[in-house]
Write a protein that binds this ligand. Structure first.
Ligand SMILES: *[C@@H]1O[C@H](CO)[C@@H](O)[C@H](O)[C@H]1NC(C)=O
Length: 285
């Protein structure tokens, strides 16, 4: 079971799912312009990302890097899909649609591109955007309540918003994960958040309980952090199989982490209690 989960997570991180099918859609209900604009911002982001991918790299770059012949045509198809999604949402939102933000992706080669595509497609964004394509159903969107987490993750690639954009989002203080073993993050192992204690202290946020919140697929885990020996970092234990008291699988594949004062019991992690994030780590099986 665990093994197949790991395999699936690995696949999700390295291959693209079939492009989203076009679905029969009708106009959005108009109630939640903000949520729809978050969705539009994410669609802009994906469109730009794939556009840069097909412009920056050639088919033979991907082949040379070991990806098969289908890879490049697939990227082009995904890009076309993203264009359609942007058009759909912009048209549906009409005058209320935000303009395109500017983005900066920390990518310099084919491997970096595919890795980041895995992050964007792997867990949150594609699951959420699947819903965005069928945006007519507002309840469905609201139920995909991970939008803010997803958006905060995506927000780190946004360098500027278009004028008159009314899109409330906070870019949280950066969270940088370090691997103390240098052999890869493993369930049950440690992750170091570099400088995070010092930063939280400076911001007056180190006083109460601080939890590392791990998002892996649909699972969320709250793990208390400890202050590193250097009195600069925070350190957390990556949830392991022993965490699975309530049957949760251990995190695997691309995992997102935030620091939060929420405990996951009385209070759930959200924008208002997030201290830093989002860090992205790859947990290997
Ligand atoms: C594409 O190339 C530009 C210019 O070098 C660079 O700024 C950008 O990050 C690259 N994007 C991707 C996705 O590779």
């Amino acid at each position: 079971m665990l093994r197949s989960l790991c395999l699936m997570a690995g696949l999700a991180a390295t291959t693209f799912g079939a492009p989203l099918e076009s679905r029969a859609v009708s106009a959005p209900p108009g109630g939640d312009i903000t949520i729809l604009n978050y969705a539009l911002a994410l669609e802009y982001l994906e469109r730009k990302f794939y556009q840069e991918g097909i412009n920056n790299y050639t088919e033979s770059d991907f082949c040379d890097a070991g990806f098969d012949k289908e890879f490049y045509p697939n990227l082009m198809r995904i890009y076309e899909d993203e264009k359609t999604h942007v058009d759909f949402l912009s048209t549906a939102l009409g005058k209320k649609a935000i303009g395109e933000p500017t983005f900066d992706f920390p990518v310099t080669d084919v491997h970096g591109f595919v890795g980041l595509a895995g992050v964007l497609e792997g867990v949150g964004v594609s699951a959420y955007l699947g819903a965005a394509a069928a945006i007519a159903n507002k309840d469905y969107l609201t139920a995909a309540g991970s939008i803010l987490t997803v958006f905060s993750l995506a927000a780190q690639f946004i360098t500027g918003l278009a004028p008159n954009t009314n899109l409330p989002f906070k870019a949280f203080p950066t969270l940088t994960a370090g691997d103390p073993t240098k052999t890869g993050y493993k369930a049950g192992g440690k992750v170091v958040f570099k400088g995070a204690y010092k930063a939280a202290k400076a911001a007056g946020k180190s006083g109460g309980k601080v939890n590392a919140v791990f998002y892996s697929g649909l699972q969320t885990y709250y793990v208390p952090v400890v202050i590193g020996k250097n009195k600069i970092d925070y350190v957390a234990t990556i949830p392991g199989a022993d965490y699975a008291t309530d049957g949760q699988p251990a995190p695997a594949g691309q995992v997102y982490i935030t620091l939060s004062s929420a405990d996951g019991k009385k209070v759930l992690a959200g924008d208002e209690n997030t201290i830093a994030g989002v860090a992205i780590v790859e947990v290997i099986c």
